[in-house]
Design a protein around this ligand. Structure first.
Ligand SMILES: Cc1ncc(COP(=O)(O)O)c(C=O)c1O
Length: 364
């Protein structure tokens, strides 16, 4: 995606693909194991008893529980209708003044670009360093006073992860430049708690915003729940903007997430199983002779074999095998696919389909 562009028409059309049938959804990095135990009952209970009632606009109990879970105070937590909404609200908050600047990487989650565009800004985009975040160049731009910077860690779509030294370098730059740096950690639960350097830093009083979602490892994409954690003064500014949407986090989402947070071991199980199946996926790709980037997440970025037309390859996989994967042309990585890890059975089905495509007649 180049500066200021939005996604091509129909980009999210395949979100509608029915769950039932025999389609395989490996294009949205969803959790294939379903929500944590009890979450469905909690949502059902809300529907049965409170569908006519507004939710708690302040999300008080939820923010207190999230604060305890993340090891911060409730005034350091804001919630939104998915991280998508928080990215937009953050852009509205910190890019309001004329002439404010926003930085992100050339290849990343498109929501940053779209949110910036909706407040009239075209991000400066820094090319990746191979498949990783270009830490030095980003730090220079942040240190030079970028007002808002969006960093995706682990990086969608490559799966690369920042180490402690890189996070510290970026935080130092943010504090000297005076702008706001957002670490979007939508996928960090798959990497595990030993990689939570940005959250650790915020807990220790450093100035950054950390975003988390319940859509990925927590298996609650449908209810829409995103979280932003940061210094109380920055969170107060984000919350003031979000005040225009007082009931943005619905009752079902609040109840489901409270239920989920009672079971942190669920996340451990998902992380372990995802890592195991990701390894199986990578082994299958090795056997097929396909190259890919090492991933800390629940997706793997795969190179399409020559002629490297990823959009065509993805379209054939969908048409011939009913398997949906993300062609990365629109995310700035033509010739590559992003494939969600899925379950072991899903990996087997995918490997069989890829094998048939690679062996079969016709242009890839
Ligand atoms: C990096 C990243 N950030 C944010 C989101 C949005 O997540 P949510 O479902 O919380 O809006 C996604 C969704 O795929 C994502 O990949």
């Amino acid at each position: 995606m180049s500066q200021g562009q939005t996604l091509p028409p129909g980009f999210f059309a395949d979100t509608e693909i029915a769950d039932g049938g025999d389609h395989l959804r490996l294009h949205l990095n969803e959790n294939p194991y379903g929500p944590p135990p009890g979450a469905i009952d909690a949502v059902h209970d809300e529907s049965t008893h409170h569908l006519n009632r507004y939710p708690d606009a302040d999300c008080r109990q939820l923010r207190e529980t999230l604060a305890a879970y993340f090891g911060v105070t409730p005034d350091m937590v804001a919630v939104g209708n998915g991280t998508d909404e928080l990215v937009l609200v953050t852009s509205l908050t910190f890019l309001r003044e004329p002439g404010t600047s926003v930085v992100t990487t050339a290849t990343t989650f498109p929501g940053y670009m779209m949110s910036a565009a909706s407040v009239g800004r075209a991000p400066v985009t820094v090319p990746l360093d191979g498949v990783g975040l270009p830490v030095e160049e980003l730090a220079e731009r942040i240190g030079a006073g970028a007002d808002l910077t969006f960093l995706c860690n682990p990086l969608n779509p490559t799966g690369a992860l920042l180490d402690r030294a890189s996070v510290t370098r970026l935080l130092d730059a943010a504090e000297s430049g005076g702008g706001v740096v957002v670490f979007d950690e939508a996928y960090i639960d798959f990497a595990g708690p030993t990689h939570e350097f940005a959250l650790e830093a915020v807990r220790a009083g450093r100035r950054a915003l950390v975003m988390r979602t319940f859509s990925k490892a927590w298996g609650l994409a449908s209810v829409r729940m995103g979280v932003v954690i940061g210094p109380a003064d920055l969170i107060a500014r984000v919350s003031a903007t979000a005040g225009a949407l007082p009931f943005n986090v619905n009752r079902h989402a609040q109840r489901a997430v409270l239920q989920a947070l009672e079971q942190p071991e669920y996340l451990d199980r998902v992380r372990t199983e995802n890592a195991r199946v990701r390894e199986l996926l990578c082994k299958s790709l090795d056997v097929l002779g396909l190259t890919y980037a090492p991933s800390a997440s629940n997706f793997v970025m795969v190179d399409v074999p020559p002629p490297g037309d990823s959009a065509r390859f993805a379209a054939r996989l969908a048409a011939d095998h009913r398997i949906f994967v993300r062609a990365l042309d629109a995310l700035g990585m033509p010739g590559r696919l992003r494939i969600s890890v899925g379950t072991e059975a899903e990996v087997e089905r995918l490997a069989t389909a890829l094998g048939a495509m690679l062996d079969g007649p016709g242009t890839l």
